[in-house]
Every structure is written in structure tokens, then in C-alpha cells.
Design a binder for this molecule. Structure first.
Ligand code: NAD
Length: 369
């Protein structure tokens, strides 16, 4: 089977869908891997490493995509890239399916089978294909570093000849994959960490990382879906959450917010009043910026200062750690490709729990968005 790796066209997207280590596994399994020249360069995977892994090269996207049974990339394709795909090709990438209705129609019309990486089911069997988890891990780690870099205070406790410094207080709101990694990272930097989530399972996970759990009385068994995700809170629950967060947040030096509800705008948990109550020089890093943000003052993609508090709202953080983000993403893509390959060829079994969930277009139809 010929698998092509395209170079991302947005210069801010520095990740690559398959790194040389994964390419080596694919070529060893008898597949032909064609890499668009320079596809891994922005993530520090040079062409020479792909060559050593058994890849061949194409000078541009058109040549790379021609004749491929599978095209792997990171971001959803542009119209120009869709036009390069042969009829019947399979495409594996992040698809943002809920915002891509026209793109999916376009892909279906070209009879492309498109797999949306973000639709991998959150089940144990699919964990090694789970890009949401792998990339959220990167985001949670980097969020703490971004916050620490903006903070007016140091994170660790220090006892020096120039005096003693008390550790910073870090508060993580939303203790899913990104939040738990943020807790671990802030603890490693020496901060005193607390966290809040509405899902009951989060409490023990937070405490096992050495952080304290805030407002445990607000955790509710009904806050979690069968799939382990949070549900949107009722108005009454929102008001009680806001009151608890307002009490806690005013003493914090660094707040990392990661709260989101799949398919919904991020809940607004930090109001301007709460920001104004925080210590001057403190920082909020809003990891929910992609879905609107958890703070009412957040401007996605920007850093703003309000009431002497810096609010950082980065977009696509994983692309800012391109080497390891690509390495992890590539492992997810490789495992998915191995999952859908039978006897050396890609087999689309829509009855399979993983394949069926991720296939957004197949045989000329848009299956889900
Ligand atoms: P997410 O990105 O959808 O949300 C981040 C966190 O925000 C979640 O923990 C959520 O409970 C929390 N949240 C939502 N509304 C909130 C509010 N109003 N206040 C405070 N917190 C709020 O979630 P995620 O990190 O992608 O994953 C969530 C959970 O899914 C995991 O912790 C786990 O239980 C499950 N999961 C399972 C697998 C697997 O089994 N393969 C893989 C990944 C995740």
C-alpha cells in the first residue's frame, strides 16, 4: 500500500503526521511511504531520516498524493489539497468535523474516505490512537511554562541569602488529560497546586498527583457522560461553581483553565470580577481558547492584560512543541493505520467501533460531522 505524508501548508502548523520512526515500521511491513520533501523539517525530522527509514520523496504535494492509497497529514486539507487526492484515496488527519460541513461534502464528492483523528473513541482499546489525549498532554505541560514565563513571581519555594520566597499557588480548572498534565508540571516546578473539576473521577486523580481538590461538594455523579466526558452544568450548578471559584481564585498566582464540554462552547467560569479580585501580577492561561475560552476576558490567540492580570489564550499549543507533538501524533496515526490494514491493504470496516467512529466520509457519503 502506498502511504503519502504531506507537508503542512500553514506555516504555523509545525507538526508532521508521520515521523521517521513510524515510517520505518510501515516500510518494514512492506508498505511504500512517499514523503513530500521537507514535510518533517519544521518539527526537526529532516529528509535524511525519512530516507534512512525507507521512504521515497516527492517534490510537491501533487506528486506526493498521486497514486496514494492513504494520505496522512496533520490539519484538514485545503480545497487545493482535496483536488490533489485521487478518487478512492483514504485521508487521515485532524478534520474539525463540526466546522467542516462543506469540506466533508467536497471529500465525499471526490469519493475520498476521510478519517477524523479527533473522533477516535475514548476507549481502552483505542488509547494508543488517541490524538486528543496525546496532544492535550503536550498542551497541559506547555500551559504551565507559558504561565510561569508571564508570572511576576517565581513558582518554587526558595531559601537564599537574599531572602526566602514562598511557593506560588497554581489552580487548575478542568482536570482532564491536559489539566492533569498541568498539575504534574506545576508540581514539578514547585508550585502549591489545587484543582477543580465537576466529574467525580477527577477528584482521586487530582489528589494522586499531590494537588488539593477544591469545592468537592460541587462534584456530581450526574456531571459525567457514559463516555467519561463532562456534561454542561445547569444554571443553578453554574452559579454555585462560580461562587466557589470566586472564593478560591483571589489568592492564586497562576490559573490554568482547561474546562470544556464536547461539541459545546467552553463554559465561562472566570468573570471579569474574579479577574479583578486576583493578585496583581498573576496569570491566567486559558487552554479552552479554541472553543471560546473559560474566562470572559479571553481573546483567543492573544495575550491581554486586565486589572494587572495577564490572560494568555494560545491556539494550537501542540504545534509549539513540534518534535514531541509529532512523535506522539505519529504513533497515534501509525496505530490507526495498523488497525485498518488487513493483508497489506486498507480495509474500511464501518462496523468496527473505531473505524466506524472515525470515518466521516466513505463511498461518496458524508457519514457524520
Ligand atoms: P475535555 O477536554 O473534554 O475537558 C477537560 C476537562 O474539563 C474535563 O475533565 C471536564 O470534566 C472538565 N470540565 C467541563 N466542564 C467543567 C466545568 N464547568 N467546571 C470544571 N471542569 C469542567 O476532556 P478530556 O481531557 O479530553 O477527557 C475527559 C475524560 O475522558 C478523561 O479524564 C477520561 O475520564 C476520559 N478519557 C478516556 C480515555 C480512554 O479511556 N481512552 C482517553 C481520554 C480521556
Amino acid at each position: 500500500m502506498r502511504i503519502s505524508v504531506l507537508k503542512e501548508i500553514d506555516p504555523r502548523e509545525r507538526r508532521v503526521a508521520l515521523v521517521p520512526e513510524s515510517v520505518k515500521k510501515l516500510t518494514a511491513a512492506g508498505h511504500e511511504v512517499v514523503v513530500e520533501r521537507g514535510a518533517g523539517a519544521a518539527a526537526y525530522f529532516p529528509d535524511a531520516q525519512y530516507e534512512a527509514a525507507g521512504a521515497t520523496f516527492a517534490g510537491g504535494a501533487a506528486a506526493a498524493a498521486r497514486g496514494a492509497q492513504v494520505v496522512a497529514k496533520v490539519q484538514r486539507p485545503s480545497d487545493g489539497e482535496v483536488a490533489l487526492l485521487d478518487e478512492g484515496t483514504s485521508l487521515v488527519c485532524l478534520m474539525q468535523p463540526a466546522q467542516s460541513a462543506d469540506l466533508l461534502k467536497h471529500l465525499a464528492a471526490r469519493r475520498v474516505t476521510a478519517f477524523a483523528l479527533e473522533l477516535v473513541p475514548r476507549i481502552t482499546r483505542a488509547q494508543s490512537m488517541d490524538v486528543l489525549s496525546s496532544q492535550a498532554t503536550i498542551a497541559g505541560y506547555k500551559a504551565v511554562l507559558l504561565g510561569a514565563a508571564q508570572a511576576a513571581r517565581l513558582l518554587p519555594m526558595l531559601t537564599t541569602a537574599a531572602g526566602s520566597i514562598t511557593p506560588a499557588k497554581c489552580f487548575v480548572i478542568g482536570a482532564g488529560v491536559a489539566g492533569l498534565q498541568a498539575i504534574a508540571t506545576a508540581r514539578r516546578l514547585g508550585a502549591v497546586v489545587s484543582a477543580f473539576d465537576i466529574r467525580p473521577a477527577a477528584r482521586e486523580q487530582v489528589q494522586s498527583l499531590g494537588a488539593s481538590f477544591v469545592a468537592a461538594e460541587l462534584v456530581a455523579a450526574g456531571a459525567e457522560t457514559a463516555g467519561g466526558y463532562a456534561k454542561e452544568q445547569s444554571q443553578d450548578e453554574q452559579a454555585r461553581t462560580a461562587a466557589a471559584l470566586a472564593r478560591h481564585i483571589r489568592d492564586m498566582d497562576l490559573v490554568i483553565t482547561t474546562a470544556s464540554v464536547p461539541g459545546r462552547p467552553a463554559p465561562k467560569l472566570i468573570t471579569e470580577e474574579m479577574v479583578a479580585s486576583m493578585r496583581p501580577g498573576s496569570v491566567i492561561v486559558d487552554l479552552a481558547a479554541e472553543s471560546g475560552g473559560n474566562c470572559t476576558l479571553t481573546r483567543p490567540g492573544e495575550t491581554v492584560v486586565a486589572h494587572d492580570v495577564t490572560i494568555v489564550a494560545p491556539l494550537n499549543i501542540p504545534a509549539s512543541v513540534p518534535f514531541h507533538a509529532s512523535q506522539m501524533l505519529s504513533k497515534n496515526v501509525l496505530t490507526f493505520l495498523q488497525h485498518v490494514t488487513k493483508d497489506g491493504a486498507l480495509t474500511v470496516d464501518l462496523a468496527d467501533e473505531i473505524t466506524g467512529a472515525m470515518a466521516v466520509t466513505h463511498a461518496g457519503e458524508v457519514r457524520r460531522s
